[in-house]
Design a protein around this ligand. Structure first.
Ligand code: ME8
Length: 642
């Protein structure tokens, strides 16, 4: 039987570095969905990647003193390491600097030009560089970018435009016919009221103010707008407009684009309109999840509250982190991370419920049956209650996952675990053993082993490593589908269990919180020290911005009504410059005439006491005494100083 394709994507991540736990949220959720769908018989294609072009990357690379390519290569390594640490099972990783992607973006622009969806004009707007987004005055919040709250700048440039306005009515009709397209529902209303109703304007889709991007094939001065470049990844990764397009034929349209709520508008307005213009089918669903907050704030470097996923995984293991993200955050809404919430959740669910069930059961099978899972005898009503709970859970979890609610799915799976723990107390196996009731004891052990097998199978998409360890303990091969849990009774009697070590160790929450505080304090101190060092150091490119030249003093006078200021006429090559300098208390005008000084040539002109000054004379501050800088030997004026 051919499997049904299922195409799921995360956004492609900005190559900005400092990946935090919030970033992991989208990818871990998609991973759980992808793994669930694979086990449930779908032919899954899970795509993730990196968004590597744009002004922001170019600026950051310049600041770091490396080429943009080197900059994005380093960050690519970081994010691949992060996804490995979190056990992410993507099928493809796309980088927007991959040549097949760049070539296809060019073909997309050509297609849009040919269909008349692109035209050339001039753009003037308010641009937020960090978000790579233009805003209208009315969209700003307190005059700042509504997404990140930072300053916007006025930018004007010759640009190509996409006829977004043309698709307004078709978009509204599409939303009406596909009410599930934008989920959760609240986000649909937000899009319609905030963006569509005020009227869609044509979208500026090229830039000339920087060059780190895909060059437009028909006008090389322009690079593609980073959002068009980025959104197109969802089809270029599948081979769209490429010789091998088998994946595109098979997987497009996407079943699910999972994105954070702040980028829903790009995915539900611009992206479908572009697809309409390309005459392609639209994705089935865009889900806008909430943010992982730290307290009440969004995690971000500038707020200094980022939680390092590498640190957490190293300290607690990958599954407590995956479990926390999937279980604790109400899906669709914002959720809050605190160390305490992570530790309490780990202790309650993983150590107490799951860990105890597995260790108690394997210990009892070892003690009462020499480690072999016994054959069950007649099932009582109590047993049947557990059996039917186990058999019903897959369909419940399937519904939860179709609703994209991992917290509900985990709650349903943990019902088996919690019920089984209660069953141990109700059946009191130690009493059965004492009373020599081996038949009943065997049935109880078998029911428990089966409950664990059901739970571990269902947990596999969520806590991947732990589930595999449980199967090792049960002596059963870890399944890669759900077929084995269609019916209770799949465990073969006689299978040898292996108790081994505890799945999770209990955490002393108060002690641990204290230690974490101490670590955070140390790190903060270190970060501050590092930032101070970074502030003090500039790279060669920064220095090169300052143009220093030698200049000869032609004349020098006191500025009227000022004790401190002298006004100079300087010969700089062929040019004569007027410069005001505050050295009147240290040098007389007569002394200065004929001297050679060093001038900062490219300082913006300024008026000092009403006198125009075009540059600055370099001086040393020798404990309050000012000494002007001069070449050690006679040098002609206008020579570069570096
Ligand atoms: O937006 N909580 O990339 P990105 C939850 N390159 N999710 C968070 C989060 C938080 N605190 N912080 C970030 C981009 N994310 C674009 C996408 S797609 C064609 C281009 C999520 O690196 C964020 O919502 O800023 C998004 O889903 C993902 O991390 C990547 O964000």
């Amino acid at each position: 039987m051919t499997k049904k394709p299922y195409y799921i994507t995360t956004p492609i991540y900005y190559s900005s570095g400092n990946f935090h736990l919030g970033h992991c949220y989208t990818t871990v959720i998609c991973d759980a969905i992808a793994r669930f769908k694979r086990m449930d018989g779908f032919d899954v294609f899970y795509l993730t990647g990196t968004d590597e072009h744009g002004q922001k990357v170019q600026q950051r690379a310049e600041k770091a003193g490396v080429t943009p390519k080197k900059f994005v290569d380093d960050l690519y390594e970081q994010i691949v390491a992060l996804w490995k640490t979190l056990d992410i099972s993507y099928d493809k990783f796309i980088r927007t600097t991959d040549s097949y992607h760049e070539l296809t973006v060019q073909k997309v622009y050509e297609k849009l030009l040919a269909s008349g969806d692109i035209y050339k004009s001039e753009y003037e707007g308010l641009y937020c560089t960090p978000c790579e987004a233009f805003w209208t005055e009315s969209q700003l919040v307190d005059g700042k970018c509504p997404d990140c709250g930072r300053e916007v700048i006025k930018q004007k440039e010759e640009s190509y435009f996409f006829r977004l306005s043309k698709y307004q009515d078709r978009l509204i009709k599409f939303y009406e016919q596909n009410p599930e397209f934008i989920s959760p529902k609240s986000r649909m209303n937000e899009m319609i009221n905030n963006f569509i109703k005020p009227g869609l304007k044509d979208l500026c889709i090229s830039r000339t103010t920087f060059d780190w991007g895909v060059k437009l094939p028909f006008d090389q001065k322009h690079v593609a707008y980073v959002w068009v470049d980025a959104l197109t990844n969802y089809i270029t990764a599948l081979g769209y407009l490429q010789p091998d397009h088998a994946n595109f034929d098979k997987y497009w349209p996407a079943d699910l684009h999972m994105v954070g709520k702040e980028i829903v508008r790009f995915h539900t307005i611009i992206w479908p309109a572009l697809l309409m213009a390309l005459d392609l089918p639209l994705p089935k669903k865009v889900y806008g999840h909430g943010w992982l907050l730290f307290g009440n704030d969004k995690m971000s470097k500038s707020k200094g509250n980022i939680v390092d996923p590498f640190f957490l995984v190293d300290r607690y293991g990958v599954d407590p982190i995956r479990y926390f993200l999937l279980r604790e955050i109400p899906f669709g809404s914002d959720g809050s991370y605190t160390n305490e919430a992570l530790l309490v959740r780990t202790n309650a669910d993983l150590v107490n419920d799951l860990g105890n069930l597995v260790s108690r059961t394997t210990a009892m099978i070892t003690q009462y049956f020499g480690g072999e899972i016994p054959s069950p005898n007649t099932y009582t009503d109590l047993d049947k209650e557990l059996i039917s709970l186990c058999e019903q859970t897959l369909s419940k979890v399937r519904t939860d996952m179709d609703n994209l609610s991992a917290p509900d799915a985990l709650t349903d799976i943990f019902r088996i675990i919690q019920r089984a723990n209660k069953y141990i107390d109700e059946t009191a196996p130690w009493t059965l053993n004492k009373n020599g009731d081996k038949d009943r004891l065997a049935t109880v052990m078998y029911v428990l082993a089966e409950c664990i097998r059901f739970a571990a199978t269902l947990l596999k998409p969520f806590i991947t490593k732990t589930s595999n360890i449980i199967f090792e303990k049960l002596g059963i091969a870890s399944p890669d589908n759900f077929k084995g849990i269609a019916k209770f009774g799949g465990t073969v009697a006689g299978t040898k269990v292996n108790k081994g070590e505890n799945l999770f160790n209990r955490i002393d929450v108060n002690k641990e919180l204290k230690e974490l505080d101490e670590i955070a304090e140390k790190q903060n101190k270190q970060t501050k020290a590092d930032e101070k060092t970074a502030d003090e150091l500039i790279d060669i490119n920064d220095f090169a911005k300052v143009k220093l030249v030698t200049a000869k003093v032609l004349s020098c006078e006191k500025v009227a009504k000022s004790d401190k200021l002298l006004v100079f006429k300087l010969q700089v090559g062929d040019e004569i410059r007027q410069v005001v300098s505050g050295i009147a208390q240290h040098y007389s005008p007569e002394y200065m005439v004929g001297k050679t000084v060093v001038l900062v040539k490219n300082l913006k002109p300024a008026k000092i006491r009403g006198v125009e000054s075009n540059g600055m004379i370099l001086c040393c501050d020798d404990d309050g005494k000012v000494v002007f800088v001069s070449p050690e030997k006679e040098v002609a004026c206008g020579k570069v100083v570096r």
